[in-house]
Design a protein around this ligand. Structure first.
Ligand SMILES: Nc1ncnc2c1ncn2[C@@H]1O[C@H](COP(=O)(O)OP(=O)(O)OP(=O)(O)O)[C@@H](O)[C@H]1O
Ligand SMILES: [Mg+2]
Length: 463
């Protein structure tokens, strides 16, 4: 009901004199009012007008007023009904209230009584409408938020399906901290969101924090909050991330860069789930889960004493590693199809097709920027594309093909090539480890060691 706030009232009673008098009184009191003596007529009025309140006599000849009440409440769920009963009709009144009548008036009643009842109904309707507007707005907000969250998960390779399964496992343990590692653009934040929004914490906040983007002097107060006046600039009491994330998920992006002194404090908060705001002494309980991510070799940071081992242990209760895109070229095609479809829609370019050479070329490309690079590339290609077919020319690639080493990352490439060779051998031998080891010219044990080292736990699909 979003119409004007003046309410419309229908009076249904078989006593003509009564309805006429009441109608006159209501009109004089500034209400929009209708009156009738038969249900037949009432139905027409209800159908033609947006009646807010029905004043209903439950003792109409030939028809049970309670049946009318039931019927109109079903047909017009927003309609409120005040029933008129006679002396000694308590049973009917109780039944009517159970059926959803808003109030009742006992005949004879004074005009002032009905006025009070109407005003109460009006207030109630007013609140109802307000609540509905708020709810509508909220659902709109959460819808746009959902859209913004963008948690598509595309990927068919055994390697990425394993990551997805691990994410679902992590979602089932909403109190376990999760560390997500992987090169830049592999989808770490995407996985973190999938974990959060598939877990029991999903109704609460997912707060992504990149501590390397916050100045050192503010870090502590951003995480722990502060009390007004605790330092220059602290003009009001403020909640920190730990408190904001109560019952939700705190996503710590790029943890390897976190200053050591903050690491100690975060460890304590993560262990005790109790924090105190800067400048305050009151302990505050807060229940959060930490998902952290890094694209650095965090163990190396530990060796260099730049990252606390105890904190690492606290954060990696579950560890998910996302392999780079070049190790799972099967995912390039579905990702490309997904991104081009979604950008074509956004950029209003219907009927675009992708030339088969595009897939072939991209599957050989090393994607140093991983999925993010592929995504940006797809958007650019659609903008560059002159006709309805995306061709190789719309995808200008840097020279990073898998067979030509990326400058400066020779070692990494050697490792990647070894991984590629192992995977190819496994695929070509239908995952028979002995046969694959023979193809590679190594022993089966050596193959298993290497598969472990590179987390290559690929299995034949369907196994
Ligand atoms: N499996 C996937 N399916 C579809 N889109 C994905 C997938 N993984 C990642 N993306 C998209 O790729 C982009 C990069 O992902 P994300 O930001 O999660 O990567 P990241 O590993 O956190 O990167 P960085 O290390 O640079 O922070 C995002 O736009 C994300 O939506
Ligand atoms: Mg990220």
């Amino acid at each position: 009901m979003t119409k004007h706030e003046k309410i419309e009232i229908l009076i249904l009673d078989d006593e003509k004199q009564f309805t006429e008098e009441l109608h006159e009184f209501l009109q004089k009191s500034g209400f929009e009012s209708f009156e009738t003596n038969t249900y037949q007529d009432a139905k027409h009025i209800l159908a033609d007008h947006e009646i807010d309140l029905l004043i209903l006599d439950v003792r109409l000849p030939g028809i049970n007023g309670l049946d009318i009440l039931k019927e109109v409440k079903i047909q017009y769920p927003n309609l409120e009904v005040v029933i008129i009963s006679a002396h000694g009709d308590m049973d009917t009144v109780i039944k009517a209230m159970r059926l959803g009548a808003f109030d009742y008036l006992r005949k004879p009643f004074r005009h002032i009584d009905i006025q009070i009842t109407i005003e109460r109904t009006q207030k109630y309707l007013h609140l109802q409408r307000k609540l509905k507007r708020v709810q509508e707005r909220n659902s709109l907000i959460s819808k746009t938020l959902e859209e913004k969250i963008d948690r598509h998960f595309i990927g068919i390779s055994p390697l990425i399906r394993e990551v997805f399964d691990a994410a679902l496992t992590a979602a089932n343990y909403p109190d376990a901290n999760v560390l997500i590692t992987g090169e830049s653009g592999t989808g770490k934040e995407n996985i973190a969101r999938i974990i959060h929004f598939s877990s029991l914490r999903k109704e609460h906040i997912f707060c992504a924090v990149n501590s390397s983007a916050i100045t050192d002097s503010l870090l502590e107060s951003e995480f722990f909050g502060h009390k007004k006046g605790s330092f220059t600039g602290a003009v009001v009491d403020k909640m920190g991330f730990f408190e904001v994330c109560n019952q939700g998920t705190l996503f710590l992006d790029e943890i390897a860069d976190m200053p050591l002194n903050l690491q100690a404090k975060i460890l304590r908060a993560a262990e005790e789930k109790v924090i105190t705001r800067v400048g305050d002494t009151t302990p505050i309980h807060t229940d959060f889960r930490i998902i952290s991510s890094t694209n650095h070799d965090i163990e190396k940071r530990v060796e260099e004493n730049k990252f606390r081992l105890d904190l690492l242990h606290r954060l990696n209760t579950l560890h998910i590693h996302i392999p780079p895109l070049r190790q799972r070229p099967e995912d390039i095609r579905p990702l490309l199809v997904h991104f081009t479809e979604s950008f074509a829609q956004k950029l209003n370019r219907p009927n675009l097709s992708i030339h088969k050479d595009v897939f072939k070329t991209l599957e050989k490309y090393a994607f140093p920027g991983n999925i993010r690079e592929l995504k940006n590339m797809s958007e650019r290609a659609i903008m560059l594309c002159k006709n309805n077919s995306l061709t190789v020319h719309d995808f200008p690639l840097k020279s990073h093909t898998i067979s030509s080493p990326v400058p400066g990352t020779k070692l990494a490439n050697l490792k990647n090539q070894e991984i590629d060779l192992i995977r190819k051998a496994l695929v070509s031998t239908q995952f028979n480890q002995k046969a694959a080891a023979d193809v590679l010219g190594i022993t089966r044990d050596a193959l298993i060691r290497k598969m472990k080292k590179y987390s290559l736990t690929i299995e034949k699909s369907g196994n």
